[in-house]
Design a protein around this ligand. Structure first.
Ligand SMILES: Nc1ncnc2c1ncn2[C@@H]1O[C@H](COP(=O)(O)OP(=O)(O)OP(=O)(O)O)[C@@H](O)[C@H]1O
Length: 263
């Protein structure tokens, strides 16, 4: 179970002030309010989707969940534990930068990560084989990941994230760059992991693809301009917006305060 309450995060970046300047004056700072009040409650045995347009704050939120950034304020707990080593050990995280070691085979990448999580070599190897079966990637196991296609990389990264059988699975835009077959196989995998037979995992993923949400999510949190602005099942969000198409409901709910959003 993952709980995020009133999360805030700003970045201070150098602004150019417009135009080219060769002066040595200190560049002015600009504050980017990336996350300004995001709440997420993701239950076990459920798939929860963070759906939002580009720049809404989804990745920043998931990075704070993964311990990469410290929030300015707000709280994050994973199975009741605050962010830290114990919480991290209860999560499998697939981030946008997959970061595989190119000189290692898929198996070595997976086993190495399992070892980092405290698994014995034998247990990690056994688990790598089990995951290769589940993710339909057995022929890839002994190949170096150098030269892997996007889909092959994603499968290896997902296996690596799942090696220690975490109760919570966090995926940032997992279908990015995947073809239709790889996307379908990922969906099937996530449905299995959500089911009692797959361990009733708590799954959180971010996306801007409406179809993914409609096909997979039990609960959707619409994120816009750094805030969670609406939440519920797809049916509940349709009813809330008074629309019959999910895309129309999303636009209405995500951009409620913006003028000039064309149909
Ligand atoms: N390290 C950073 N430094 C400065 N600004 C950042 C940083 N990371 C994110 N931002 C800014 O924070 C805002 C939210 O970015 P974020 O990547 O979280 O959005 P997102 O919802 O994941 O978008 P997308 O769907 O485009 O990936 C954006 O305006 C982005 O430019």
């Amino acid at each position: 179970m993952i709980k995020i309450e009133q999360l805030h995060k700003s970045f201070s970046v150098k602004a150019t002030g417009g135009g080219m300047s060769l002066s040595f004056k200190k560049a002015p700072k600009q504050v980017i309010k990336a996350v300004q009040g995001i709440n997420v409650e993701a239950a076990d045995g459920r798939i929860t989707g963070l759906l939002g347009p580009n720049g809404a704050g989804k990745t920043t939120t998931l990075r704070m969940l993964g311990g990469l950034f410290k929030p300015d304020s707000g709280s994050i707990t994973v199975d009741g534990l605050p962010t830290g080593q114990a919480a991290l050990a209860r999560m499998g995280i697939l981030s946008d930068a997959h970061g595989l070691y190119p000189r290692l085979s898929a198996r070595e990448n997976i086993v190495y990560y399992g070892r980092l999580q405290g698994m014995s070599r034998d247990a990690a190897n056994q688990r790598a084989e089990q995951l290769a079966e589940m993710l339909d990637m057995k022929p890839l196991l002994e190949r170096r990941t150098d030269g892997f296609s996007q889909g092959e990389r994603m499968k290896t990264s997902l296996a690596r994230a799942l090696v220690h059988d975490p109760a919570n699975i966090v995926l940032d835009e997992p279908t990015n760059g995947l073809d239709v077959l790889a996307t379908r196989s990922l969906r099937e995998t996530l449905r299995h992991l959500r089911s009692p037979a797959g361990g009733a995992k708590c799954i959180v993923f971010s996306t801007h693809i409406m179809q993914e949400v409609e096909l997979l999510c039990d609960r959707v949190i619409i994120v816009s301009a750094g805030r969670s602005v609406a939440e519920g099942s797809v049916e509940e969000l349709l009813a809330q917006a008074g629309e019959s198409r999910f895309e129309d409901a999303f636009v209405k709910l995500a951009f409620a305060n913006k003028e000039g959003v064309a149909a």
